[in-house]
Design a protein around this ligand. Structure first.
Ligand SMILES: *[C@@H]1O[C@H](CO)[C@@H](O)[C@H](O)[C@H]1NC(C)=O
Ligand SMILES: *[C@@H]1O[C@H](CO)[C@@H](O)[C@H](O)[C@H]1NC(C)=O
Ligand SMILES: *[C@@H]1O[C@H](CO)[C@@H](O)[C@H](O)[C@H]1NC(C)=O
Ligand SMILES: *[C@@H]1O[C@H](CO)[C@@H](O)[C@H](O)[C@H]1NC(C)=O
Ligand SMILES: *[C@@H]1O[C@H](CO)[C@@H](O)[C@H](O)[C@H]1NC(C)=O
Ligand SMILES: *[C@@H]1O[C@H](CO)[C@@H](O)[C@H](O)[C@H]1NC(C)=O
Ligand SMILES: *[C@@H]1O[C@H](CO)[C@@H](O)[C@H](O)[C@H]1NC(C)=O
Length: 719
């Protein structure tokens, strides 16, 4: 694989295929993947089993549908606005101004504070919708709906075929066998549902569709999204006919305030679609009388009423092909075969299920939200500081076809981020990246949202990974403006302290752990190291392009304040008393100090010995029982780089870092389930530990020599 770098793309493609069939022959991928097919025999009230494609996902209960539990159907494109606050208009919203805060003697304009109702509207809008619900409908001999409970089903068995992206559920109801198979389209927002049962022919089984109300009154909507009883707040209408686009027999139009979504229903057979009652948004989808089993239905969701739906068979084959390609053509890590360490099996399970769920929930055109497409957190918005944990693993697992899509966000949001820097600080250059963000690139108001800074260097790191995968002029040019405006802001934000002669970061600012006072936070250790790392990479980028490195980048990089030291250990920020190690106010959130050497590679200005001693102290002093999600892989990466692979494995399997039966990363003490930064960071850490990092000298440097046999295929090395 290394040999192919630098060749022209067409030739590379050919050689890639050859090396692929050659090098990828050793691991029996299908056997390992299929070993971890999740199985359930009853619904889990907390997490669904899912199918999806990264931009659209369907969450199922044990019936393969949403018969008993209204898990969500979510997308990257389905958003709505609530009505404006009473007495407010669009003009009021557009005129929103926050407050001015002092920053080194200047007033800086931030988007928080100001009029509370408008601020809250902007935080909670737009919010992400749940597109609907699809369940099994049971009917009696007269064709009337029967209310069935899950406990009435017998011999219930559900399995997710990971290799093919298919949910297979079966059970007996009143002695009759029912088999349901569900797949997701890979090119559209649609599911293909097959219901195979003697009950179909008898007219005893069909589907129901339902539609929830959803607004921005809840920051978190988990495990379910929306309400089903507030039926007067939204409308649905049903229309029949072939004029709705290819293959569509009936279409339901769902309107919430000013946003309209279309649900299109198709089938190889004739269907009867009826509204169940006029004051609810529930519809029945039934086979025609005498219809033989299986009942095959396609249900597609769109904002385009003419979009049509694919043929059932096309979704089936597309799903199988796409998943087959994903499993066979990406990187792969086998920690199981030949390992004797009892931890290997659970680690491999987490790897496989995380790989599946990342493609279902996070292979999207936008940065994913923390809960992917399972349910809503933060109103469905996404956080740009979290992009590293959600997306960087794609680079190490060689999924550039996936990573390229959300990366385009940095080009798309560049102008509004340049405007943000100008509006806030009056800088004449530089782009300040947002934190909590909607699809238009708008930043949600809020102190932490406006004052956090560790999202800033991320795009430079992503650019660097892309250049390593594709070391071409094209890559350099593609990222040029993003890298350059990102670094411009980093240089502008650093403030020359004439007393010390150094460039300081903050105040005001928030650190990674978001728990220090923004007005006194100055020179935090992690952010200083990340600034140095980012400015170094950005400078190299310009040199590769043959352009001059802007003077301020060099000046700031070479004169950044030294990392704060207290009694031989790095400190969260400068001036914090050493006693902070014993103060729960500072040791209860993300322990970013362990990221100084681990998450970050060896960086000028960071003394590796001190960083290791600081990490050792953090292991003992931090309130680990309050850690969650990516904290554990970050701790593992620190242990791995500091030469403690056994500890690294333990962090990845820490009792507070759990993945349930279907692989959903449990939110833990602080956030609802799932919390996908946990899965993304697990895959990043595993890749780094298995394939190595720049300068690591042994195979699988993050794994213990004894007990683990690690094989990798098609993986990339971490920085
Ligand atoms: C929500 O409102 C904002 C502000 O008017 C607008 O820019 C955005 O396009 C709207 N989004 C949706 C999904 O209606
Ligand atoms: C919804 O549309 C109406 C009519 O165009 C408009 O007056 C109202 O401001 C819109 N509401 C929102 C939240 O965009
Ligand atoms: C931070 O400083 C601003 C003024 O610059 C002030 O309004 C605000 O209350 C201060 N915040 C805290 C937490 O002290
Ligand atoms: C809907 O149900 C919720 C939860 O049971 C309840 O709090 C709410 O008042 C109900 N709303 C209506 C309109 O019935
Ligand atoms: C809607 O879908 C139809 C059929 O695929 C397509 O021709 C049309 O361009 C689409 N409209 C929009 C606005 O995307
Ligand atoms: C400048 O740096 C010195 C030494 O680190 C520090 O004591 C002082 O508070 C800084 N000045 C400002 C205005 O932050
Ligand atoms: C540590 O975290 C746990 C779990 O959230 C919490 O209950 C406990 O109060 C924390 N301990 C301290 C000293 O803050």
């Amino acid at each position: 694989m290394m040999l192919t770098i630098g060749l022209h793309p067409p030739l590379r493609g050919i050689i890639f295929l050859i090396t692929l069939s050659f090098t990828y022959a050793s691991i029996n991928r299908q056997a390992i993947v299929s070993l971890y097919n999740p199985v359930r025999t009853s619904s889990d009230p907390n997490t669904p089993m899912q199918v999806g494609n990264g931009n659209f996902a369907f969450g199922a209960d044990v019936t393969g549908l949403q018969t008993f539990l209204p898990f969500a159907i979510m997308s990257t494109w389905g958003w709505k606005n609530d009505s404006f606050p009473p007495g407010r208009t669009l003009e009021d919203i557009k005129d929103y101004k926050g407050v001015s805060w002092d920053s080194h003697g200047r007033l800086v304009q931030y988007e928080f504070g100001g009029e509370a109702d408008i601020q809250q509207w902007l935080i909670s809008n737009p919010n992400r919708v749940n597109l609907g619900r699809v369940g099994l409908l049971f009917l009696d001999d007269e064709g009337r709906e029967v209310v069935v409970e899950e406990k009435e089903l017998e011999a219930v068995h559900q399995e997710l075929d990971l290799w093919k992206g298919t949910i297979k559920s079966q059970f007996r109801y009143r002695g009759e066998q029912v088999k349901v198979e569900v797949r997701s389209s890979q090119s559209d927002s649609a599911i293909a549902v097959s219901v195979d049962s003697p009950l179909v022919l008898k007219g005893g089984l069909g589907l129901f569709l339902d539609f929830p109300w959803k607004d921005g009154s809840q920051k978190f909507s988990a495990p379910f999204v929306g309400t089903w009883n507030e039926t007067s707040k939204h409308t649905t209408t049903l229309a029949h006919g072939p004029h709705f686009g290819v293959n569509v027999q009936a279409q339901i139009t769902h309107t919430l305030v000013n946003s309209t979504f279309f649900t299109s229903i198709g089938s190889p057979d004739r269907l009867q679609v009826l509204r169940v009652s006029s004051d609810a948004h529930r519809y029945s989808v039934l086979p025609s009388r005498g219809q033989d089993s299986p009942l095959e239905t396609v249900i597609g969701y769109s904002q385009n009423e003419s979009r049509g739906v694919q043929h059932f068979d096309d979704i089936v084959s597309e799903s199988e092909e796409a998943w087959n390609e994903y499993w066979t053509r990406s990187g792969f890590v086998d920690v199981l075969t030949g390992s004797t360490d009892p931890r290997a099996n659970e680690l491999q399970r987490r790897i496989i299920l995380s790989r599946y769920l990342m493609r279902v929930n996070e292979a999207s055109d936008l940065s994913p939200q923390e809960s992917g497409l399972v349910n809503n957190g933060w109103y469905g918005k996404f956080h740009l500081e979290m992009t590293f944990w959600h997306l960087a693993h794609w680079a190490l697992w060689n999924n550039w076809e996936i990573l390229e899509k959300p990366m385009a966000m940095y080009q798309r949001f560049l102008q509004t981020s340049i405007d943000r820097a100008q509006d806030q600080e009056g800088y004449s250059s530089g782009a300040r990246w947002s934190k909590m963000t909607d699809p238009s690139g708008r930043s949600a108001p809020g102190q932490i949202n406006e004052l956090l800074i560790w999202q800033q260097p991320h795009p430079i790191v992503f650019a660097e990974y892309e250049y390593r995968a594709k070391p071409q002029k094209k890559t350099l040019e593609k990222w040029r403006d993003v890298v350059s405006e990102t670094a411009n802001w980093m240089a502008n934000f650093a403030w020359l302290n004439s007393t010390s002669g150094y460039y300081d970061l903050g105040p005001p600012m928030y650190v990674v752990s978001e728990d220090t006072s923004p007005n006194v936070t100055r020179n935090p250790a992690f952010e200083l190291a990340y600034w140095r790392f980012g400015l170094d990479l950005a400078s190299t980028w310009m040199e590769r392009l043959g352009e001059q490195v802007p003077g301020p980048w060099k000046t700031v990089r070479d004169n950044l304040a030294p990392l704060p030291l207290e009694n031989g250990l790095y400190s969260v920020y400068e001036g914090l008393e050493e006693s902070f190690w014993e103060d729960p106010a500072y040791t209860n959130d993300h322990p970013a100090l362990v990221g100084l050497h681990g998450w970050l590679p060896q960086t000028p200005g960071v003394d590796v010995k001190i960083a290791k001693a600081t990490a050792d102290k953090a292991y003992l002093s931090w309130n680990i029982s309050n850690c969650w999600g990516w904290d554990f892989p970050m701790l593992a990466m620190s242990a791995a780089r500091n030469g403690e692979p056994d500890t690294a494995i333990d962090w990845l399997l820490h009792p507070l870092f759990q993945f349930d039966v279907v692989g959903m990363p449990i939110g833990g003490v602080r956030v609802p389930t799932p919390y996908f930064p946990g899965s993304g960071s697990l895959l990043f850490a595993v890749a780094m530990m298995a394939k190595g990092w720049e300068g690591s000298s042994t195979d699988a440097p993050g794994f213990p020599r004894i007990g683990f046999n690690v094989t990798t295929e098609g993986m990339a090395t971490a920085l």
